[in-house]
Design a protein around this ligand. Sequence first.
Ligand code: F2R
Ligand code: MG
Ligand code: MG
Length: 362
Amino acid sequence: MIKYTMAKHNYEILKSRFRGCLLGSLLGDCLGAPFEGDEITAGEKTVIKNYLDKLEEPNFKGPIKRYTDDTAMTRSVAKALIDKPEPDFKFMAKLFVKEYFLEPNRGYGQNVVTVFKKLKHNKFENIYKPASEQFDGSGSLGNGGAMRIAPIALFYFDNYNSMIDAATKATKITHTNPLGVNGALLQCIAVQESLLSEHEVKLDVHNFVKVLLHRMKPFEYEDDEDLDGIMEEPYREKLLTIQNLLQRRYDRDELYDEILETLGNSISAPGSVPTAIYCFLRACLETSDFKKIFRNTVEYAIGLGGDTDTIASMAGAIAGAYVGEENLNHHVIKHCEKYEEMIDLADNLLASSQGEISNKAS
Ligand code: F2R
Ligand code: MG
Ligand code: MG
């Protein structure tokens, strides 16, 4: 039987977890960005470990770690939700475009830029048309929808149906391919599930995957004729792979090649969202220490190479929503660009969210 986890909607707990989620997303992006596109060797994994250890040192001085498009767009999603009685997706599209033209050198996806230019040129007349024209009308399946979705999981933390509706609309501004949309939905569901998971008992990682499998069922389908009975449920298939990987005992590096082959580390949503979820769940299996869960999630995600900023950012959002702000290293946070703004956005998202919260601050 599937057990849904439910945290008490206590204001202080939610505040810590909202902050943990957005800071986790920022940290993953800032720390993963220098390695984006790399193939990581065993030696480089040691470099990554030493790099993270150094950043945790109280007196370590280094240049501020710059965020990339992942955070730029996450901030816009959060800003569009805050202080609006109803979500305004045209306003969200305007924020994406404004942010891009202010700072185009944040490492945006190659093709999404066309969407921004068309939106601006057409004066936001139909905010979904430019994205629907991408890739000869098939739409983008990049992970750009998923990488920015966390604020929606927070804002609708106790309203699942509204969360799914808003996540779909927010994603389709740039990504209309079903793989791009469903990847964003899966990431959003994973963040919400982790946000609401109780701390009193050790996280049941197997149940976590079962919940995701159940939640994704309505968005995918089993094709019985066109594909000779081949299953056409890419995300559910990947979740089954995660289930299998989590059931096997192994040394940290033993499954490295298999994970890259089965889950992936690419810029596509199906090749990165399940990977991010796996990074979090395997860290939960490895240790019960919340501080280590966050650090190990991010370190593992970066160590997989490929789309390191995005996989670490998505994994960091899930892990941060679970462990809460106090379990992220405060010295590391201070090395990341605009961390104070992420804290403010998290607090404002909580204040504006319409969920039932006990002890809500006035
Ligand atoms: N763009 C990057 N990284 C490249 C290097 C950055 C460098 N370090 C720098 O600083 O300049 N990272 C960012 O892009 C990813 C998110 O991309 P998004 O928003 O999904 O963009 P887009 O353009 O829609 O898709 C990305 C690529 O995916 C392929 N693709 C998508 N849909 C496709 C389809 N239907 N058919 C074929 N290919 C498709 C294309 O190659 C797109 O260019 C994040 O990693 C973010 O960090
Ligand atoms: Mg990026
Ligand atoms: Mg990336």
